[in-house]
Design a protein around this ligand. Structure first.
Ligand code: 5GP
Length: 203
């Protein structure tokens, strides 16, 4: 059984990662989403076990101590972490797994899983980024300024990723990511059995 890909998508707050990942998942049934754990409060409409596993600080710290996370990070004062067990199970079963995590977390995953497929989403401009964050309506002026300042720094971390995708239009961004996945599945080093089968074929 071929191991599934570990796909890591990051990008600064407001780039539209959530929407891009949602559409990608909706149109790629064979792709599994890794549900993160977090200590932040659920936003309106968010469902425990679907968007995130919402944990208390104590529960989260217990899981850190037990080594349950592939990575975890403190983002804007809250913990966010990627549960390890399900990812291993799914990849072993040949499924590709998608992680939507911040850059701190992704840099840790690069160390632990250098074979991961690291994709960075960029906004078309900083002006557009601000517009999108304001449109979401969930920020105070203070948290908005903080997110924008962080975004500018975070964008430069994108240089360490393998692929960069500009989210100018959601459907285009999704199509670009799908092309990346298709290309990755065609890598010679992930398909050595194709050569072996042909080599062994009796003719
Ligand atoms: P939000 O609170 O807007 O859902 O997410 C805030 C940030 O946390 C986003 O950049 C998101 O990608 C990141 N994030 C979500 N889940 C994880 C995770 O499991 N690990 C890490 N390191 N970051 C995460």
């Amino acid at each position: 059984m071929k191991q599934g890909l570990l796909i890591v998508v990051s990008g600064p707050s407001g780039t539209g990662k959530g929407t891009v990942c949602e559409r990608l998942l909706a149109s790629t049934p064979e792709l599994a989403y890794s549900i993160s754990a977090t200590t932040r409060q659920p936003r309106a409409g968010e469902v425990d076990g679907q968007n995130y596993y919402f944990l208390t600080r104590e529960q989260f710290e217990q899981k850190i101590a037990e080594g349950d996370f592939l990575e975890y990070a403190n983002v804007y004062g809250n913990y966010y972490g990627t549960p390890l067990g399900k990812i291993q199970e799914r990849r072993a079963a040949g499924e590709d797994v998608l992680l939507e995590i911040d850059t701190q977390g992704a840099l840790n995953v690069m160390q632990r899983c250098p074979d991961g497929l690291f994709i960075f989403l960029l906004p078309p401009s900083l002006t557009e980024l601000e517009h999108r964050i304001r449109g979401r309506g969930s920020e105070t002026e203070e948290t908005l300024a903080r997110r924008l300042g962080n975004a500018k720094k975070e964008i430069q971390i994108g240089r360490k990723y393998k692929y960069v995708v500009v989210n100018d239009e959601v459907e285009l961004a999704v199509a670009r990511i799908k092309s990346i996945l298709t290309a990755e599945h065609c890598r010679v080093d992930l398909n050595t059995e194709l050569f072996e089968v042909l080599q062994d074929e009796k003719r």
